[in-house]
Design a protein around this ligand. Structure first.
Ligand code: ADP
Length: 499
């Protein structure tokens, strides 16, 4: 069989630039694909951190991405530990600035995000239309930031072109823009048709059967409409997004395209997240040396000023502080959780009001609750190792990584039955305990009392050392590596390339 060539277009990749799970996937999945013989190359924007960390050479210059704009350069770089080469779009006016990939330092969206990610999409499409030397069989687009690529590929057909795959990592973020985009080109905001033309797409693309979403331009909808195949990052999420509750307005389109939609579960980076070798831990451990996990709990309590108590389970949570993550379920029952004899350590950042409510709780019970604001990779590893129980009461969860890290670290997850959480955690009800397959606690409804019931159940079982150890071993024995998912992607790429 000939070598499959895939361009993996993404707006963030660990360790160069990371705001969430997409960065982890963009690092680990291509590595797993390369291990299966796929010639996979990344395409990312040239943010300062990317330009600083990669050794780069210019491969293409003077690439005009939009009809009336500054040309960009394409560089190729070597990323230690990743798949190589990595293609980088060099356009300082779009990507070189202080702040994050999507937000400025104050947390506001960059006003020119439409241009920044239309440019990323356009360059991905140029690769897809076989303009450059690297001619992929498939352009794998990820989330709204690359959503216009399938549209560009569709309207600029060439003699040979790649197939497009649109992966949805989180449908809540869609990249919807209005007339303000015209101003980015220095023009008065007249009509959306003009905006679409400025972005280099034909007038006919701006319709309900195309890019239009309630009179605006939706990048994600474009991807979902024009891509040859669609995936979500877990099988359950592929069903969830077809419902009004989780489709965020795109459920109709996704239902219409269900014969070209599948869910492939994310894996995790089993090297970075391995309690046997994790260099962030106070003490490494494994199934064979589980008691050593307790050393990490002690060290974490000491570091965060929590009371040392082996009777009290330590509950951990690492999360973006947003509506999605179910903090509205957790916050009201924090006093009950402490009352039940548990402790809580939380690491996260996001919503300012949530941050201050959480800090207030920590101030009231500093020996039982530790709230750590900000992004801290080392502390995330230490919480996964040191906590006994991990909380993920998400209202929706496309896949979720932390529940898998938790199981790998012998830390028992409490999750709501949604998306990838439903696909990865097996509830500790008696039949599953009996069968030896239980790995955590699962509750059904968006209901704080159901979450609390699960916490009570977990606190009770925590005191039964035998059952607890079985739960830990069940989770630690599961294979969450990318291997089987990468095989599924390979099979999908192959099918697409031959269709
Ligand atoms: P999402 O992509 O929706 O944020 P995931 O569970 O898929 O959620 O992935 C989140 C990733 O980001 C995980 O690797 C998690 O450990 C990490 N993470 C989230 N918040 C923080 C934080 N404040 N500090 C360190 N790591 C974090």
């Amino acid at each position: 069989m000939s070598t499959l060539r895939v361009l993996f277009a993404t707006s963030e990749v660990y360790p160069l630039s990371k705001t969430g799970g997409l960065a982890d996937v963009s690092y680990s999945l291509p590595r797993a694909l390369a291990a299966q013989g796929v010639d996979v190359r990344l395409l990312i924007p040239g943010y300062p951190a990317v330009l600083d960390q990669l050794l780069l050479i210019e491969v293409y210059e003077n690439i005009l991405v939009f009809p009336n704009s500054t040309p960009v350069r394409i560089l190729a770089g070597i990323m230690p530990g990743g798949v190589n080469p990595v293609y980088v779009i060099d356009c300082p006016s779009l990507y070189v600035r202080d702040g994050g990939p999507y937000l400025d330092e104050q947390g506001n969206e960059w006003p020119d995000n439409a241009l920044r990610f239309a440019a990323l999409s356009k360059v991905a499409a140029l690769f897809g239309n076989h303009v450059f030397l690297f001619k992929p069989h498939v352009v794998h687009c990820n989330d709204w930031q690359t959503g216009l690529a399938p549209a560009y590929m569709n309207y600029h057909p060439s003699l040979s072109r790649a197939k497009s795959l649109m992966s949805v990592h989180n449908i809540a973020y869609q990249g919807v823009f209005g007339l303000e985009v015209a101003e980015l080109f220095g023009l008065p905001p007249t009509n959306m048709q003009r905006v679409v033309q400025l972005l280099g797409l034909p007038l006919e693309s701006f319709g309900v059967e195309g890019l239009e979403y309630h009179s605006k331009l939706s990048f994600l909808k474009a991807g979902l409409h024009y891509a040859d195949w669609l995936t979500t990052v877990s099988p359950t999420y592929a069903k969830d997004v077809q419902t009004a509750a989780f489709g965020y307005g795109l459920q109709g389109l996704l239902t219409a395209r269900q014969s070209s939609l599948s869910g492939i579960l994310n894996g995790i980076d089993t090297e970075a997240w391995d309690p046997k070798t994790d260099s962030h831990l106070a003490k490494n451990y494994s199934i064979e040396h589980l008691p050593a996990k307790g050393e990490n709990t002690k060290a974490l309590r000491a570091k965060l000023g929590l009371e040392q108590s082996s009777r009290k389970p330590l509950l951990g949570m690492i999360t973006r502080l947003t509506y999605q993550k179910g903090l509205d379920l957790l916050v009201p029952v924090i006093p009950d959780i402490i009352q039940a004899g548990a402790q809580l350590v939380l690491l996260g950042s996001g919503d300012k009001e949530l941050e201050s409510r959480l800090l207030q709780y920590a101030k009231l019970s500093p020996s039982q609750i530790s709230v750590n604001l900000g992004y801290n990779e080392a502390l995330a590893h230490q919480i996964e190792a040191g906590a006994d129980i991990f909380l993920m009461p998400s209202l929706f969860e496309p896949c979720g990584l932390n529940q898998m890290y938790s199981m790998r670290y012998g830390t028992i997850p409490i999750v709501r039955r949604t998306g990838g959480l439903a696909d990865t955690v097996i509830d500790a009800h008696p039949a599953n305990l009996e069968k030896g397959i239980a790995t955590g606690f699962v509750f059904e409804e968006e209901d704080a009392h159901q979450l609390l019931e699960c916490v009570y159940q977990a606190v009770t079982l925590f005191r039964n050392r035998e059952i607890w150890r079985t739960l830990q071993i069940n989770g630690m024995s599961r294979d969450f590596s990318w291997q089987s998912s990468a095989k599924e992607y390979c099979a999908l790429y192959r099918r697409l390339s031959q269709s």
